[in-house]
Write a protein that binds this ligand. Structure first.
Ligand code: SAM
Length: 258
């Protein structure tokens, strides 16, 4: 079953986009700390576009990328009136071409990716491939800011539990299960949406894969990034063994801008 289809229609109603709104604010704080002067930005796995909107309103010329046409449709609606570009592409490998010279890649000063979207990538090769694609789409200097769930979050928060809530026209039940061998977790999500006088049910299964802080840092370095910040997400403190979400700040300084 494809993901983020009907889920897209209720994503914001569930308040699921609040995280990326917070992350956009946190990213602006990171930009102040590191004196990052970014004019252009790309939000990967942009979903319904809340972070794109926030960063565009701050003055960045923004683009968003996602593989789900349904999420992008919601983003298009939200971003109406703002001049942003949305791309339907999939990680890990993507190529965005420069509209003025189609032999060149479009490059940005800042790339972001929020709400454990990178945890959807299965295996180090895929994660490294995504990091490489980001590197290739950055100017020099260029910055990459993202958050990820830690293996500890998948083991403790994403295991053997149920999350449920209701709205007037919407209810959902999410069951979480952890698979230690693959350091991954599944979220079996069931939704009920009221349509007229009846309720429609739909289901999606989401898998996330855990990567240690050491692995994330090594893969970033292997593709050419310098890791400038690595935090307990939402703070400027180092992660501890109990940290459930990290935020990484990586810089591209390659002079020839490969
Ligand atoms: C948890 S949502 C996060 C959306 C948004 N960043 C936010 O914070 O609200 C994950 C998003 O990643 C997208 N996604 C997942 N895997 C992807 C991939 N391999 N390539 C592109 N987009 C992907 C999904 O379509 C979805 O919109």
């Amino acid at each position: 079953v494809p993901l983020y289809e009907k889920f897209a229609l209720v994503y914001d109603q569930m308040g699921a986009d609040r995280h990326s709104q917070k992350m956009a604010g946190y990213t602006l704080e990171i930009m102040r700390r590191f004196k990052i002067r970014a004019a252009t930005g790309l939000d990967l796995c942009c979903g319904t576009g809340s972070a794109v909107a926030r960063l565009a309103d701050h003055g960045l010329e923004m683009a968003g990328l996602d593989q789900s046409p349904h999420m992008l449709a919601m983003a298009t609606r939200k971003l109406k009136g703002r001049s942003v570009t949305l791309y339907r592409k999939s990680l890990p490998k993507f190529r965005l071409l420069d509209s003025r010279d189609s032999r060149r890649l479009r490059r940005f000063d800042l790339v972001t990716c929020f709400y454990d979207s990178l945890n959807y990538l299965k295996g180090e090769r895929a994660l490294k491939g995504a990091f490489r694609s980001v590197y290739e789409h950055l100017n020099s200097p260029g910055w990459f800011v993202f958050d990820m769930n830690t293996p500890s979050a998948l083991k403790t928060l994403w295991d053997d539990s149920i999350h449920a809530d209701v709205r007037d026209n919407l209810a959902w039940v999410w069951k979480l299960d952890h698979f230690p061998k693959t350091r991954s977790s599944a979220c079996y999500a069931t939704f009920f949406v009221k349509r007229g006088r009846t309720w429609e049910r739909f289901d999606e299964v989401h898998y996330e894969y855990g990567y240690t802080n050491g692995t994330i840092r090594r893969l970033l370095r292997e593709v050419g990034f310098e890791v400038k910040g690595f935090y307990d997400c939402g703070t400027f403190r180092k992660p501890t063994s109990g940290t459930s979400r990290i935020c990484a700040v990586a810089k591209k300084t390659d002079k020839h801008g490969r």
